[in-house]
Write a protein that binds this ligand. Structure first.
Ligand code: GLY
Length: 338
């Protein structure tokens, strides 16, 4: 949200009247703008893809909006009480991992071997510490495993059985792989295996959050089941710092969703933050440029971005993206591209 610095203009005008071109410009409130950093803010996504009004019933739309609001409120509760951005993004994505509407945690897509292999990452903009897990099969909430990697290990990323074992050592809740099953995702797997082709929806679905806290710290989190009928061991962009997740205080925080192979090749999240940091671009054009690179390679998806000043953008080149924002002044959710 932009606020106009009217006070300076009024003061200049009152003291001397606008006598030079510069002062006349300053005296024109529309010309001099600055951004007001929100006290705190949280932005989330629940995946991008061919999500159009025609494809969603009113009931489905209402269910997604309610789920997005639950996630927003979970993260906002942390920020409102003075908690950190990294705690807030974690809190926001956990309800989405638990909700079968989303392709993360319970409700994640199946691999070609009819299992679930889950990926997640989290990053703290204060010190660019990060944690990630890839291909976990037993951790109920993969984002908590990623957080434990960040906080409780000397490493940034664990994969496969070692990641599950690490999570167990950390006392995280483990579940049988069948906990993640849903009938809807099983039907998708059977169709993809039968038709030997993925629809747009089969390639998409990831949840994520970015936030700025009262101290101005940034953080990002991303978590997914990946792609329907993915080969065992396939890892997408979601657990990769710099591809789907990045956070750097004073610069930006990004969480991405989309066809992961392309997001890895463009290193989308780091590309956006590097453009902001090094070229001084604002977050919107920087994100658009990165997504244009994804599109040029043949990929699609979207990002949520929050800047060091708390301004935020949703940028996607798919038809829709489940998304929402909350700050002390209110909240909203959106789904479609229009
Ligand atoms: N963006 C999620 C994935 O490709 O795995």
């Amino acid at each position: 949200m932009r606020v106009i610095i009217g006070a300076l203009a009024v003061l200049l005008t009152a003291c001397a009247g606008p006598s030079t071109e510069t002062e006349q410009m300053l005296a024109t409130p529309e010309v001099v703008e600055a951004v007001e950093r929100p006290e705190w803010r949280l932005v989330i996504h629940g995946g991008a893809g061919v999500i159009t009004r025609e494809r969603l019933t009113d009931e489905q739309e209402a269910a997604y909006r309610a789920a997005l609001e639950t996630a927003l409120e979970a993260g906002a509760e942390v920020l409102r009480n003075g908690g950190s951005a990294v705690d807030a993004v974690q809190a926001a994505v956990i309800p989405m991992e638990d909700d079968p509407l989303f392709n993360a945690g319970h409700g994640a897509v199946f691999t070609a071997a009819a299992e679930h292999e889950l990926d997640a990452s989290i990053m703290d903009g204060r010190d660019r510490n990060a944690g990630a897990v890839a291909g976990v099969k037993r951790v109920k909430n993969p984002i908590l495993a990623a957080r434990a990697v960040m906080d409780q290990s000397e490493h940034v990323m664990f994969a496969g059985a070692g990641a599950d074992a690490f999570a167990e050592d950390q006392g995280l809740e483990l579940v049988p792989n069948s906990y993640f099953d849903t009938e809807r995702r099983r039907q998708s797997l059977e169709r993809v295996l039968r038709e030997r082709a993925r629809t747009d929806a089969d390639r998409h679905g990831t949840v994520g959050a970015v936030a700025i806290d009262k101290e101005g710290n940034l953080a990002a989190a991303t978590t997914t089941g990946g792609m329907t009928a993915k080969a065992a061991g396939r890892i997408g962009d979601s657990p990769l710092v710099g591809a789907a997740t990045y956070a750097q205080n004073g610069v930006c925080a990004v969480s991405a969703t989309g066809h992961g192979e392309y997001f890895i090749r463009v290193a989308v999240a780091k590309t956006i933050c590097a453009r902001v940091e090094l070229s001084g671009e604002t977050i919107g054009p920087a994100a658009q440029e990165a997504l244009d690179q994804v599109a040029a390679l043949g990929g699609d998806g979207g990002v949520i971005v929050i800047g060091g000043d708390g301004q935020y953008e949703y940028v996607f080149n798919s038809k829709g993206m489940y998304r929402g924002m909350i700050d002390p002044k209110g909240h909203h959710t959106a789904i479609f591209g229009d």
